[in-house]
Ligand binder design. Structure first.
Ligand SMILES: [Zn+2]
Length: 200
């Protein structure tokens, strides 16, 4: 098995949970065959769905997801994005045909080989992350907007905290532009969370 170039995780439309997944990366390794066919494994026991529903219920921000149907599944093998990050989870917006015929609006897929190694907390966070991508377009009265066929309008939200650079670049030049704001935000949040845990 080939080793991953660096223990990095994440990518576009996916989770970013280094702390708990760092060790998993080594176990999953890089794909042995780039063209290895993918298989999607249904959530037969309903474990993903159960967690997804709990996460939705617990978070007011997810209330609008009550308007859509979400399907959950596992995928094998795990995928690496173009930047070489391991993709642990992914949210997909279903095309109109699948929405109409199968009544599925979003699919959340988890990399099976990653998922099975994750702690309860890491699974919860990853599920939250993928659900956060799934959005219902709401009007001013917080009701879903609909298209001319009555379908609820949906979209996939992009990450709002993105840094695309090189370690060496930051070492050499420091943070630039929006990276400064991100660094400040991360420092503040990390400290707040650490204080919160110390107080607990
Ligand atoms: Zn994501």
């Amino acid at each position: 098995m080939k080793q991953v170039r660096r223990p990095r995780i994440s990518g576009s439309g996916m989770h970013r949970i280094r702390k708990n997944i760092g060790d998993v990366v080594k176990q999953v390794g890089a794909p042995t065959h780039k063209k290895e066919p993918v298989i999607y494994i249904p959530d037969i026991k309903g474990k993903l769905e159960k967690l997804g529903k709990r996460v939705i219920k617990e978070d007011k921000e997810f209330k609008s997801l009550g308007w859509v149907n979400i399907n959950y599944c596992y995928r094998r093998p795990a995928r690496f994005d173009k930047d070489g990050f391991l993709v642990a989870g992914q949210a997909r917006r279903m095309p109109v045909q699948a929405r109409d015929l199968f009544k599925v609006d979003f699919v959340i897929e988890m990399a099976r080989d990653v998922w099975k190694h994750l702690s309860k907390e890491a699974r919860h966070r990853l599920m939250w992350h993928e659900l956060r991508h799934c959005q219902v377009v709401l009007d001013e009265a917080s009701q879903p907007e609909r298209d001319r066929h009555g379908r609820v309008k949906i979209k996939l939200d992009s990450h709002d905290l993105v840094v695309k650079t090189f370690r060496e670049e930051v070492r050499k030049f420091g943070t630039a532009g929006h990276e400064k704001a991100i660094a400040k935000f991360l420092r503040k949040q990390a400290k707040a969370k650490a204080d919160e845990l110390n107080d607990a």
